[in-house]
Design a protein around this ligand. Structure first.
Ligand code: NAP
Length: 378
């Protein structure tokens, strides 16, 4: 290629860049209008299903040479900036800037910095540090939240007390094991039989459970709980929190589980009906809720129940949040059901923890946006 040809091509690129620049700014202006509309209507800035629909039509229209994955990468960035623009619209009038929604890396840990964390094993994948640190930075709270991968649970609790840790989240596999190791558990955690939140104070370590709050908030985006019937698949810790939340709000539950003994025990504890998983197709209700890990990354193509029969439900929810949309939710959506991802449950259990620890209103939208952004990239 001659130097002249190269210069001509570069001029072509410059012309195209100017067009792209104009189009990107036009898109940003429309996005801002949508943000203002969402503020007026009290709608969430983040709309995972809309974003998924955008990726789907872009893939359909794409004629190359860019590959579908490359287009998606570019548009994820564009959408992330759009969300920031829309958040700016929702924050206008508040003292926080959009940039402050991101974790402030210049934050200085001092002798007065309060320490919070999550104990579990593994914890490297946890989104809780991102979510809580986003909230601490946004509200200018001198605190930091760290992941602790724990082998020795009693040792970790003694160490946390000695180090003046203020609060902690508890995750797999310790939610039940911890029951006998702390000074006090409230009635909620006792009834659910699991603790996911610790507060350290002068009276020792107090345990409660906020997973049920997340579950209720998530299900209420689909349909009112009272008077509706929920078919809950699974009988582990997540199922216990979900069943506690639904029955507490006046909903009916049918527990469906692989192992009969565990399923029946959960159903009896909450005075519900039970059916074995092998008989799922003979069970009916308004909303199906998956609380098993089936369909979780990396086995994202698995489903806890066959897809035939999903159309009989008005709504389907999953406690799994990675992937954001599980195969179960994809199939349910295709049959016309309303769907909700475990993402909402996760964020709202964290929002409740944050309020317990700080007695402050949690910055929900920004916590949600931080986690959504990170999960969208994985
Ligand atoms: P768990 O206590 O181990 O219970 C798992 C349940 O799933 C058990 O009832 C088990 O049935 C059932 N199960 C597991 N593998 C199965 C399979 N292949 N087929 C059918 N059933 C199966 O686990 P967990 O703590 O409840 O957690 C479950 C899921 O919830 C995990 O993916 C976790 O990440 C998620 N979670 C999400 C949130 C959130 O905030 N979104 C909060 C908590 C948990 P058996 O009784 O027959 O063994």
């Amino acid at each position: 290629m001659s130097k002249d040809s190269l210069n001509r091509l570069r001029q072509d690129i410059e012309t195209l860049d100017r067009k792209l620049l104009r189009l990107l700014n036009e898109r940003a202006a429309v996005s801002l209008q949508i943000g203002e509309f969402k503020v007026r209507e009290c709608l969430d800035v983040r709309d995972p299903w809309r974003e998924q629909a955008v990726f789907e039509y872009l893939t359909r229209y794409n004629k190359g040479p860019l590959k579908a994955g490359e287009i998606e990468e570019i548009f994820r960035k564009i959408m992330s900036i759009s969300r920031k623009i829309q958040s700016a619209a929702s924050l206008s009038g508040s003292k926080h800037s959009v940039e402050s929604a991101d974790v402030d890396t210049s934050f200085a840990v001092t002798g007065k910095t309060a320490l919070y964390g999550i104990i579990g094993n593994p914890v490297a994948q946890s989104m809780s540090p991102l979510m809580h640190n986003t909230a601490f930075r946004l509200l200018d709270i001198n605190a930091i939240y760290l992941p602790f991968e724990v082998e020795d649970l009693p040792g970790a609790l003694t160490g946390m007390k000695a180090l003046n840790v203020k609060g902690a989240s508890v995750t797999h596999p310790f939610k039940r094991q911890i029951l006998g190791l702390i000074d006090d558990i409230d009635d909620t955690a006792a009834k659910i039989g699991a603790v996911n939140t610790l507060s350290f104070g002068k009276d020792g370590i107090q345990g409660t459970n906020t997973d049920w709050v997340g579950a209720v908030r998530c299900l209420e985006t689909l349909l009112p709980i009272e008077g509706h019937t929920f078919v809950v698949i699974g009988a582990g810790g997540a199922a216990r929190a979900v069943v506690f939340g639904i029955t507490g709000k006046g909903g009916n539950v049918i527990v469906v589980n692989r192992s009969e003994e565990k399923g029946r025990a959960l159903a009896e504890a909450f005075d519900c009906a039970f059916a074995p998983l092998s008989e799922i197709e003979s069970v009916g209700g308004d909303c199906l809720v998956n609380t098993t890990p089936v369909g979780m990354y990396p086995k994202a193509d698995e489903m806890p129940v066959p897809k035939r029969g999903l159309g009989a439900y008005k709504a389907v929810a999953d406690v799994i949040y990675n992937p954001l949309e599980t195969m179960l939710l994809k199939e349910a959506k295709a049959t016309g059901c309303q769907v909700a991802s475990g993402f909402h449950m996760f964020v709202y259990q964290g929002v409740e923890q944050f309020s317990i620890w700080t007695a402050r209103m949690a910055p929900v939208k920004e916590m949600e946006a931080a986690v959504y952004e990170r999960l969208s990239r994985t």
